[in-house]
Design a protein around this ligand. Sequence first.
Ligand code: ADP
Ligand code: MG
Length: 678
Amino acid sequence: MESQSVTEINGVGPALAEKLVELNINCVEDLLYTFPTRYDHFQVSTLDQLSHDQKATIEGEIINEAIVTFYGKKKSRLTVPLRVGQVVVKGVMFNRAFAKKHLQVGEKVTVTGKWDQHRQQITIENYKVGEINQEQSIQPIYLLKQTIKSAQFSKIVRQGLAQFASVIDEILPKEYLTAYKLLDRATALTEIHFPKDFASLKQAKRRLIYEELLLFQLKMQALRKHNRERTNGNAQLYDLKLVQAFIEQLPFTLTEAQQQALKQIHDDMRSPHRMHRLLQGDVGSGKTVIAAIALYSSVTAGKQGAIMVPTEILAEQHFQSLQQLFNGLVHVELLTGSIKAKHKREILANLENGQINIVVGTHALIQDDVNFANLGTVIVDEQHRFGVNQRKVLREKGIDPDVLFMTATPIPRTLAITSYGDMDVSVIDQMPAGRRQIETFWVKESMLPRILTFIEKEIAKGHQAYVVTPLIEESDKLDIQNAVDLFHNLQGLLAPDIKLGLLHGRLTNEEKEAVMRSFTENEIQLLIATTVVEVGVNVPNATVMVIYDAERFGLAQLHQLRGRVGRGNAQSYCILIADPKGEIGKERMRIMTETSNGFELAEQDLKLRGPGDFFGHKQSGLPEFKLADLVHDYRTLETARRDAANIIFENRLAQNPDYARLKQHIDFVQKQKTNGFD
Ligand code: ADP
Ligand code: MG
């Protein structure tokens, strides 16, 4: 089926084949894997079951020739009388004059359309001549960019199945077919195009969705295995006693989730495999400490560690936290673009001769002039802010160091295992004990005076506040609060001794850093900002986060913004100003006020917005599935991932004859697609 050209199907000549190629359909397999977009269901009703203005399907006999009248420029109206039971009704069809020749007197016809009770008339959207039997009552509809009409395509598929169904062989291993009671491939492909009934359509889909997800996960798991096995001998034999002593002198005990993540990281480090792991954890869940322990472990193994972050401010913050945590135990340095040349030369020399144990930095870390003596572990924070290449360059500075990616953007598990499917994933899904919850309110803009009074009170207590707006520029179409305007407005409304700062994407990096520094040092008490404050900014003295037009943000983003407060000991507050029009928008605001767990929010967001929208933009790298739906089919996805991991890591493809056909299929797909199977 993979090797049979569509031209082998009777009725497919060169012209039609060309159209099929336009749709990326070359072989019979491509054809059969082009699934219907939807199905029309001819469930025939009797007249007394119909209600006015509702869509219905009725069956009748044509008792007179259809009459076509033309009007307007190219418009036509076809009328055909049908006997339905004992009653004659009128069938009306617009702009399909050609249908007349199909509608012969005496023929049975099934029509679907809107029923007009008063006129006893049906406006036909769809018709089918001849008696329909149960088997044809569900009609596949293919939407193919107007290249080929649905009916014609359906015919080709039917013919393709007639000729080739017998050579469709199974690719899934028997044990899974049996275990999950899946339809065999030929039956599933037949049923998805021409379902007997809805139950069997469902079974066909179930089988094909599993197949789709398994094939995808096999690719991911193969990549993962490849990543792990690329190097032999980067085992970092850290000194467990020293590491434990370090953990014990911390001012707190690690949460269970932290311990679990650390264990997974340690296992990777100790093994000769290269670590390629994503550490997910809500803001404040304690990822940085885990990163510090990992880096320290590396140092006790006689290696160096590096941590790379997207901004200078973050680098400085991490540098300070690490210095505090290590308290002279190891030699930590900061390397950013604004380090003075002389100092920088010194740092570079000491990285190269191994005197520096741990370096924190921005992309300055990946410049050509940076060389490490013995880089063991690389940590990349807020990894989605870096391009793949930047990460690769840093990795290549060591001899395949262990790499840990960290993100505070909770990603629903289904998305994590699809878009980061080639990584191992650790999750810190638990907050250190005793954290205060950030109180979250949802208000209308008319409450602004009260919000301002509240901000003034918090600032009077010595605290600071953020006000965030979605966009910096005025837009006529979108009634969005403009950060610049807001800055001027609020300046006029707040007590004069309160200093305001403005932060947005149009500022240069230096300007941004300057504003942030003033805020960090409490020279500015109220920061008006666009979403540039979203990531990693840590000002523990800030207790109020006001978000304008909150309905314009996704839940994950709102949660990130909210995470900018509640970082100190004082009670913190998040105020969402929003007037969402739709139910979903309202629901999202409600969820925000009720849920503080980032993973829970992420799952809810995924359900509300769907996987395509979850990451906001295209760069998400989410694969497009033909049938599978990541929200709906997450259980199947989990199952497929587990099965794929077993198949790949136990090397069954190469060694087990039951998997030979699967392997052959994968090899074939790989040959066809450039981004193939690894
Ligand atoms: P993240 O990097 O995940 O946002 P951090 O590592 O910065 O979180 O931790 C936030 C704060 O919580 C820090 O002040 C840190 O010292 C503290 N912390 C981390 N782990 C624990 C713990 N197990 N118990 C109490 N406090 C902790
Ligand atoms: Mg290792």
